[in-house]
Design a protein. Structure first.
Length: 434
């Protein structure tokens, strides 16, 4: 996580001051629940809330931790400095450090997910707008990078919309998956703390109580969360790669907006490079880097070890901050993407009707020609287009075996572009609804 690829709202979630504020709220709500149960005096629970408007001194906590070598103890010591040692003596009653750490981490992930979901709404809106704008703008579809059959630019955007809509659904589920908290004590048995405390803390902080924990919340939840971020990153790369392809000089069906004063190359003044989508391809790799470590965190020794801790200190902020930046960058690219319909048509016509070969093949079989013979007839005329620059329709009309099965009018009809767009409305209804 570096400032170049970070946005303030997301980075604030991972700021130490935010973390300590969440720690405090967990401890304060736990004290309230303990007081209601009669475990600690009400006045001690009330005293903890004296710090509700205090800005915790991060430097002071770090100073204490340098001696204690324990972050939660350092925080509790600092809290006692603020509210008084006697008033603080029941703070953390029956709890273990992971009760605070894990519940906080999940709160941070939930907050991060809320930002990411809003990011995805912006991206989805941009994709839908461009899909509707270019719904019937015909371009050549490609398979293996080679001209296949006509499609539309609108369908390209609609396809990416559907993919991102699935990703949003996945993220909503991943958010639900990590929205749990645990205040269950040293090995998760509630031996020294009542389960009602956990219920109260989770309710106050918008979480569900973890059904069963050890000393930690099960890490399969987090593995699913980070895997979802990795899938979203892969979809970002999928879209970015298509844009990069469309911006190639030989294709130039679309390109990133090139602003006034922008420079494309230090050596070649003519260059207009797809720098944003290339950047997005790299950022997607960074997000995916978190997936395998998150999965490796699932297996811990017995009730807990801390092999997962250092991993999560890194991947939590890095993956969410980077993905937040990438989603917003991609939304901006889509919103301002420059589309060239004339170039799309020119590219499609580059091989003089060749992309209609399947229609002719099917027409021949419908006319009684065997599939093997029909394929041979169409292919031999198609190869003249590839190798000699001939016109496909002209060659078909001059092939006696083809015209023996199909009339000139029937051959002519097979080159109608409208044939390939007749179900666009149906597809759009499936993607966007009626």
């Amino acid at each position: 996580m570096i400032p170049r690829y970070a946005r303030p709202e997301m980075t604030a979630i991972w700021d130490p001051a935010t973390k300590f504020r969440i720690w405090y709220e967990i401890e304060a709500h736990a004290c309230d629940a303990q007081a209601k149960l009669g475990v600690i005096p009400q006045e001690n629970a009330d005293a903890v809330w004296k710090a509700k408007d205090v800005e915790f001194d991060v430097a002071r906590i770090d100073e204490i931790e340098a001696v204690t070598k324990h972050d939660v103890i350092a925080f509790l010591t600092h809290l006692a400095e603020i509210i008084g040692n006697d008033e603080a003596r029941f703070v953390h009653q029956g709890m273990t450090s992971s009760d605070v750490l894990d519940t906080t981490f999940n709160i941070q992930l939930v907050r991060a997910a809320d930002i990411l979901l809003a990011d995805m709404d912006r991206l989805l809106a941009a994709l839908k707008t461009r899909a509707l704008e270019h719904k019937m703008d015909v371009r050549i579809g490609r398979s293996h990078g080679i001209h296949a059959e006509p499609t539309t630019m609108g369908l390209t955007f609609a396809r990416f919309y559907a993919e991102m809509d699935r990703n949003k659904n996945r993220l909503e589920k991943a958010r639900w998956e990590v929205a749990t908290g645990a205040i269950s004590g040293a090995v998760g048995t509630f031996a020294n703390i009542d389960p009602a405390v956990e219920e109260h803390v989770c309710e106050q902080l918008g979480l569900r109580a973890e059904p069963i924990s050890t000393q930690v919340i099960p890490r399969d939840r987090h593995a699913m969360f980070f895997a979802t971020l990795g899938v979203i990153a892969s979809s970002i790369e999928n879209i970015a790669t298509e844009i990069r392809h469309m911006q190639r000089t030989e294709v130039l069906e679309a390109e990133e907006f090139f602003s006034k004063g922008q420079k494309g190359s230090s050596a070649m003044p003519h260059k207009r490079n797809p720098v944003l989508t290339e950047n997005l391809t790299g950022l997607a790799r960074l997000v995916r880097m978190a997936v395998v470590p998150a999965m490796e965190n699932v297996a811990l020794w017995h009730e807990r070890d801390i092999s997962h801790s250092s991993v999560e200190r890194g991947i939590g902020p890095d993956a969410t901050v980077t993905l937040d930046f990438a989603l917003n960058r991609l939304a901006g690219v889509i919103e301002k993407l420059v589309i060239y319909p004339d170039n799309m048509l020119a590219n499609m016509n580059k091989f003089r009707g060749l992309v209609m070969s399947q229609r002719v093949l099917l027409a021949l079989t419908q006319a009684g020609v065997s599939r093997e013979d029909a394929y041979r007839l169409v292919q031999r005329n198609a190869m003249k287009v590839w190798e000699e620059g001939k016109d496909f329709k002209t060659e078909l009309l001059g092939d006696a075996e083809v015209t023996a099965a199909l009339s000139p009018a029937e051959i002519e009809e097979k080159f109608d572009l409208g044939y390939h767009t007749k179900h666009v409305d149906t597809i759009f209804a499936r993607v966007f609804g009626d």
